[in-house]
Design a protein around this ligand. Sequence first.
Ligand SMILES: Nc1ncnc2c1ncn2[C@@H]1O[C@H](COP(=O)(O)OP(=O)(O)OP(=O)(O)O)[C@@H](O)[C@H]1O
Ligand SMILES: [Mg+2]
Length: 339
Amino acid sequence: MSILGLDIGSHNVKLIELLKNSNGVTLLAAGSMPTPPKTLSSNLGVDQQALAHLIRELIKGTGARSTDVNISLPEAQVFTRVIEMPSLSTRELTSAIKWESEQYIPLPLDQVNMDYTVLSDGKDTANGKMKILLVAAPKALTERYMQIMELTELTPLAAETEIIALSRSLVRSVPTVANVMILSLGAQTTDIAILRKGILMFTRSIAAGGDALTRTLSESLDFTLLQAEAYKKTYGLERNILEGKIVAVVKPVMDTIVSEMKRAIGFFEETYKNEHIGVILLTGGNAKLPGLIPYLAEHTGIEVQQGNPWVGIAKDPRFAVLNAEGPLFAVAIGLALRE
Ligand SMILES: Nc1ncnc2c1ncn2[C@@H]1O[C@H](COP(=O)(O)OP(=O)(O)OP(=O)(O)O)[C@@H](O)[C@H]1O
Ligand SMILES: [Mg+2]
């Protein structure tokens, strides 16, 4: 049975259809379309209909057949946290987590859909504590997404945050690296995750992404947004362009991102002394920014690579153009890979 992964971003809607059977995983359909501006955050019926219409167009255009879909929720609007708990039985755990979560979740518990996953049972950690991934999505947010899904006539099977989907799709490309950071550079947000032995141990969402880079370029160099976008894509963080002017202009935005990365690295090294992050995997539309890899490697001292979500997925030659589009589809691929 094939399944759809649908990543509705502020800039682009991405769709992937994967078939999983005894032969492995095969790509059946893939495509993306620009999100109609401001529709994603709107509660208006017309905006939701516009989005649903676009999703149906995308399905038609890509020839996707399945109606079962996993969708992603924007990291910035969902509370995700890895917490530690003493080793407890399943029943004890449920009530203990409910009680614990009140101090982590800044909304009344009756306004969120809460879920948790046991990441580690405590047998492999020095202090013997369990690690729990706590996820709480505001009900208003999930209801909005469910209304959009209803209009598309798709059957949503699961909703999960972008980082969880990314962890699934990207970690497969670096099976020999114990500790991996994922940096997802979207349009409005940048999301950071750290995985230890494939298990999520840290997540953070920053309200600065590729749009902020484009905006500073346009304001500082007196370009229109379209010109600034073109400049960003062509020159990115290349140091020797316009005597380094572009890098200088976008530095404040990059500094915000780099300092959050460093804080996350510090937190990891504090938690697991003598362990290090082996690689940083880039993803999201802005991962293709020219010069980004050496820039981040220099500022963090860690190897940086483009994340490759296509590893282990068989695809027809007609999909060859997608090889370079891994950063765009990584969330949708992770969603479609969900068991
Ligand atoms: N070749 C490129 N080089 C640099 N940036 C690019 C390139 N192509 C697209 N982008 C940027 O990627 C972003 C769109 O990517 P993406 O589709 O991942 O965003 P999104 O998922 O819609 O955003 P968000 O997750 O923040 O809601 C835009 O900021 C765009 O400027
Ligand atoms: Mg995105």
